[in-house]
Design a protein around this ligand. Structure first.
Ligand code: HEC
Length: 205
């Protein structure tokens, strides 16, 4: 083989590789959001097998008075596995990343428990999906699925005027996700330099 032919072959190989990487980046993860033929997000039935990120207890972001007197609820956050691995490597969420936030009652005096609270029935399931081709105006789409036994098999994206969008856009530390509350991930984001430049831990809504 002449030197020129060998060079051409190497260039061709590099081009094929670059194209494949580019396509993977655009298509995103293989275990991410799935839709029905009408473009509604399918209920992510296996979210409890994803990576667990955090639990919040009695979190409230509005005026403190609103929360007073209500028993605190737990929330549990999960993300699909491929996106989690990708975040560890890059500090960013790939396309089709899907998060589930499950809200459960905080129960007292269950079984042998005399103090504190344990998790009870599901009250709501909220979902966030990164998909800039489907949601070009907002990049992230937000969804609500009811609680059992009335879980919708699929849900349409909440309108861009829903409160989810503004709060996540204005107060989340990485892209539109609340990585400041996901202890294993905030250090990754700091190390990769992907915490938003305008993230201010002291700012309240
Ligand atoms: C006033 C602010 C605020 C509003 C409004 C809000 N969220 Fe969030 N959201 C949060 C916070 C804070 C967390 C972190 C929860 C934790 O740490 O347990 C969160 C986490 C999430 C997550 C986990 C992934 C992520 O982005 O970090 C999902 C999914 C989610 N919210 C969906 C919704 C949906 C759907 C709505 C609208 C119906 C909504 N949220 C409205 C503040 C908000």
């Amino acid at each position: 083989m002449t030197r020129a032919a060998a060079y051409a072959l190497i260039m061709l190989f590099a081009l094929v590789l670059a194209t494949r990487i580019d396509v993977a980046g655009q298509q995103g993860v293989s275990d991410g959001a799935r839709y029905d033929p009408d473009g509604r997000l399918l209920y992510p039935a296996d979210y409890r097998e994803w990576v667990y990120l955090t639990s919040g207890l009695g979190m409230t972001y509005g005026p403190a008075a609103q929360a007073a007197g209500r028993p605190p609820m737990f929330d549990n956050v999960f993300v699909n596995r491929e996106s989690y691995r990708s975040f560890l490597a890059t500090g960013r969420w790939p396309e089709r990343t899907i998060f589930a936030l499950e809200i459960r009652t905080g129960d007292e005096n269950v079984s042998i428990n005399n103090g504190g609270r344990t998790q009870g029935a599901i009250r709501a399931l909220e979902v966030a999906v990164k998909d800039s081709s489907r949601f070009p105006d907002t990049t992230w789409g937000y969804f609500e699925f009811g609680a059992p036994p009335e879980i919708a098999p699929a849900a349409a994206r909440l309108p861009a005027t829903a409160s989810c969008y503004a709060c996540h856009r204005n107060h989340a530390a990485v892209e539109q996700t609340f990585v400041q509350f996901y202890p294993t991930l905030m250090d990754v984001a700091r190390a990769k330099g992907t915490v938003r430049a305008d993230y201010d831990p002291a700012r309240k809504p």
